[in-house]
Structures are given as C-alpha cells and as structure tokens.
Design a protein around this ligand. Structure first.
Ligand SMILES: [Ca+2]
Ligand SMILES: [Ca+2]
Length: 150
C-alpha cells in the first residue's frame, strides 16, 4: 500500500485501492461475505469496529470511508447491507490520521452505543452527537460525570 503522507490519501482514488471487509466463518475460515465496492469506498488502512448498533443481538460493522466519515452495515439475516452513512464532520481528521478507524462505546451509559471516529461522535443511528475537536466536547456534552446525559 502506498500513502501520501501530507494528505493521508491512500493512493490513489483508484477504486482498485479501496478497502474491503471480509467476513469469515470462525470454525473453518471460509468466506461468508465481502463488503465494499466503488460506491462505498472504504479506507483500506483503517480497521473496522464491531458492535450491536440496533439492539437486534447481531453484530453490526462500522468502517471508515476513504472519502471521510463512516459507514455502518447491519446483518439482515442473509448478508450485510448498508445501514447508514455518517457524514464527515468538523472533527474529522481523515487527512491527518491514515490508520485510525472507528470504535464503539456506550459513552453515556444509556445502553445504546456511540461510534467514535477522530473527534466525531455518532449516535447508533449515524447522526452526529458531537464534532468538536478536543476534550471539551466529551467533558461537556457526552461524559458529564454528574448528569450522564447528552
Ligand atoms: Ca445489530
Ligand atoms: Ca450511549
């Protein structure tokens, strides 16, 4: 893989260089599904995050888009389908952090996961909860230790 360090761009915008997600069966490593195509250009250098976003007890996948922002996939019973796309926000640091992928945590302890990508926090439905760089967004909006509310 080749990178442009100044921009973080994975060379290039050639669709052949976009990442894909491969879902393997645990017991024999057989391929269940390959996720990603030219309409969903995944950043090949960033790992995905796994969690149950919709509460159906099936694992959902959140991956970084090569164009900024994130995309979520959910299991429909037979395959993974696009669930939502989270827009790149002011806190998106895509150009500087080539390797960073999203992570999933319940930041406010309400039982619903949030997705963290750079300085942007998305709710489980893909809406942006916070997009401010630095700790103030987390301290003031998401992780208020006294109220535990948004
Ligand atoms: Ca799920
Ligand atoms: Ca939560």
């Amino acid at each position: 893989m080749a990178l442009v360090p100044e921009t973080g761009e994975v060379l290039g915008n050639d669709p052949n260089s976009f990442g894909v997600l491969r879902v393997l069966r645990g017991r024999d490593c057989s391929l269940i599904e390959t996720i990603g195509d030219q309409t969903t250009p995944l950043r090949q250098s960033a790992g995905p995050a796994l969690g149950d976003l919709d509460g159906d007890h099936n694992i959902d996948i959140v991956a970084r888009l090569n164009t900024g922002g994130v995309v979520a996939f959910r299991w429909n019973g037979t395959s993974y389908v696009k669930y939502w796309t989270g827009a790149a926000a002011g806190g998106d640091i895509s150009a500087n952090q080539v390797w960073d992928g999203p992570s999933i945590h319940d930041l406010d302890n309400d039982g619903k996961p949030e997705i963290i990508y750079g300085a942007t926090v998305y709710r489980a439905d893909g809406c942006i909860a916070s997009a401010t760089l630095g700790f103030p967004a987390y301290n003031c909006a998401l992780l208020n230790a006294q109220t535990r509310t948004f």
